[in-house]
Design a protein around this ligand. Structure first.
Ligand code: WT7
Length: 635
């Protein structure tokens, strides 16, 4: 069993050990796993190139640590409680033993197809158990999985298939989320008409609806796995072999394929899961994230399953059939740890407390949040009404790139403070650096959040673009990892995340690059150029505000253009990227050198035109007045 911290003193002790001698600290954590061959070096690193290697020389397979290592003790225990979208449909369950067989069967089928170690597989599926099986089957044979969230558009999917060089796509006929049906197979067909290289599409039948099947390329899941043995020896992986690629948005247009390792990620995901949530054997753990995001990878699949946890996997959305669904699920499965996002909390809060009436929430011990800063109202509501003032609320800060939680309370151990991620986990050394590169030491300071020393779960590269990896995270400040967030360390040494300092916005806990949205808008034939910024949004945290230069609006008038811009973004990226506000302007505020002054647009979108700061470098100051006059929010 992984070491669990139980007291605040214990935390400080572990933290100190981890900074004084990180190598022994992490070696000790790694001892709890099954290695086919032990590592030779705990860590070798430099942040210039950068090159980061954990447990080098070690051989392992992460699925052996989920299954073989634990089957004797909990083979018959539930691994997955699957709750369908429609509460009247039948739930499904898998024990560890059953999951093991299903994973092996799929692994053998992939092998039979010619997929082997180092090949990439794109997974575009709804939240059904087969999605988890797909990830683990890839991991079993050393294929690199790349899950694309099933809300992304055909174009976005095609971009990722091309970038990942995938030969095989796993998908489903349809997905159900609330009262919406997503025609996943149709989206895949459209994506494949725009990219090359995919030879096989495996279609899980969730709905048993008619879908078009391309002969020679498409096959149904049942047929694909038929006659495959459920016994499959795991492929031996080097610690540093990639486990998966997950795409995320950056400040430039093209999404980044973040690459995670086999050995380090295993140790980090399992260690942080056990500690942050204080998971005890037998507890039931429910994470609302979709596996299409990193939270689903680390804290629905790998972290919990490595700990032999019982997980609840939910297919649908939190507000359907009504805003009491989360509480029904918690009561039904007697959930002990509940991990969700501030945006979900805010949306449930806004629907009123009556949905909590008569719900049995007594099983809850820990509530966790992730994805964006949690405002005090949401924190207090979830703490008082959902946790009935009995459960610690852990506000966990981390990123796709960090692989697992970095700064967070340890449930029940670290005293919490609303809207603070509190203290770094053992092994994590945050530093605050100002824009001139000067480290801000001591307390009551603010600046850019960076991390000084590597940790096992950190990303190793961007798929096929190591130079971008270096530039994005290691070039701004020397010898540290730059997270892209602003942070304040208060008088108690507690960390409060202030939000992104780059051109990335966070909409309902989902990260979007403003450049990515601008590119999509600019594809509209009537649009000359555009600038996208974030704006405050009561439920989503941030909304999307687009300033668009569009001299002619053709027959549909302004409203017609706005509608077709929204449709265009929906098609290019997906519904999550649709702007909340589109303001048509005659020009964008630019410096004499032609750079858009986003700082000013951000202020206007925030409704704060009184403090625009220095505008003297602007080419044409008048344009600002026009934009303020036409603003779609109160300024
Ligand atoms: C960005 C990373 C990590 C899984 C979900 C998002 C923001 C994340 C918090 C938090 C304030 C947070 C940051 C970060 N963020 N957690 N507890 N408090 N902000 O992963 O899509 O990679 O986004 O989400 O801005 O950089 P992601």
């Amino acid at each position: 069993m992984i070491n669990k911290i139980n007291t605040l003193g214990g935390y400080f002790h572990e933290y100190q050990k981890s900074t004084l001698d990180p190598e022994s600290f992490w070696a000790q954590q790694a001892e709890f796993f099954f290695w086919r061959k032990r590592w030779q070096h705990v860590v070798q690193w430099e942040f210039k190139t950068p090159s980061i290697r954990w447990f080098d020389g070690g051989k392992l397979n992460i699925t052996e640590n989920i299954f073989e290592k634990n089957l004797y003790t909990h083979g018959d225990q539930t691994a997955i409680f699957w709750e369908p979208n429609d509460p009247n449909d039948a739930p499904r369950q898998y024990t560890y033993q059953e999951l093991f067989h299903a994973v092996n069967q799929m692994a053998n089928s992939l092998k039979r197809e010619g997929i082997s170690k180092g090949d990439t597989v794109i997974i575009y599926m709804p939240m059904v158990p087969e999605l988890t099986i797909a990830l683990l089957a890839c991991a079993r044979i050393g294929a690199i999985h790349s899950v694309v969230f099933a809300g992304f558009s055909a174009q976005a999917l095609a971009d990722r298939i091309t970038n990942a060089e995938a030969r095989l796509v796993l998908t489903a006929d349809q997905g159900y989320r609330g009262n919406k049906v997503t025609p996943l197979k149709t989206v895949v067909d459209e994506a494949l008409s725009q990219c090359q290289g995919v030879e096989r599409v495996v279609v899980y039948q969730r709905a048993y609806v008619d879908v078009s099947m391309t002969p020679g390329r498409d096959v149904f899941w049942q047929e694909f796995i038929s006659n495959a043995s459920d016994d499959c020896v795991a492929t031996e992986m080097d610690s540093e072999d990639p486990l998966f690629i997950l795409y995320t948005s950056g400040s430039t247009g093209q999404p980044k394929g973040i690459v995670h390792s086999s050995g380090g990620y295993m140790v980090y995901s399992a260690y942080t899961f056990r500690n942050v949530f204080q998971y005890n054997n037998g507890d039931v753990y429910f994470c609302t994230a979709d596996i299409g995001w990193i939270t689903g990878h680390t804290y629905l699949v790998y972290g919990p399953l490595l700990n032999g946890a019982k997980i609840v996997m939910y297919e649908g959305v939190p507000t359907w059939p009504d805003a009491g669904r989360m509480w029904d699920i918690i009561a039904k499965y007697q959930v002990n740890q509940f991990y969700t996002a501030p945006t979900i909390i805010r949306s449930l809060l806004s629907m009123g407390n009556e949905y909590l009436l008569d719900k049995d929430l007594d099983s809850l011990k820990v509530i966790g949040t992730v994805g964006e800063p949690i405002n005090e109202d949401a924190w207090h509501w979830v703490h008082d009404h959902v946790g009935q003032s009995q459960c610690p609320v852990v506000d966990t800060w981390w990123q796709t790139e960090t692989g697992g939680v970095m700064i967070s309370p340890i449930a029940g151990v670290t005293p919490t403070k609303p809207s603070f991620a509190t203290l770094p986990l053992p092994g994590i050394q945050p530093v605050i650096i100002d824009n001139d590169g000067v480290e801000q030491t001591g307390n009551s300071v603010e600046g850019n959040l960076c991390i000084r020393y590597p940790w096992p779960g950190m990303a190793r590269t961007i798929w096929r673009d190591h130079e971008r990896f270096r530039q994005t995270y290691f070039a701004n400040y020397e010898n540290v990892y730059f997270a892209g967030d602003g942070v304040r360390r208060d008088e108690d040494g507690y960390y409060r995340i202030l939000g992104r300092v780059d051109d990335v916005i966070n909409v309902s806990g989902h990260r979007l690059g403003t450049a990515e949205i601008e590119n999509a808008i600019n594809e509209h034939p009537l649009v000359n150029e555009s600038a996208v910024v974030g704006c405050p949004h009561a439920i989503k945290g941030q909304g999307i505000y687009a300033f668009v230069v569009c001299p002619q609006t053709s027959t549909g008038g302004e409203e017609g253009v706005k509608l077709s811009i929204k449709q265009g973004v929906n098609k290019r990226i997906g519904p999550i990227a649709k702007p909340d506000y589109i303001q048509i302007v005659s020009n964008l505020p630019k410096t004499r050198s032609g750079k858009i002054m986003r700082r000013i647009l951000r202020k206007i979108a925030e409704g704060d035109a009184s403090s625009l700061g220095d505008t003297s470098t602007l080419l044409d100051e008048q344009v600002i007045d026009e934009i303020i006059q036409g603003a779609l929010v109160e300024v």
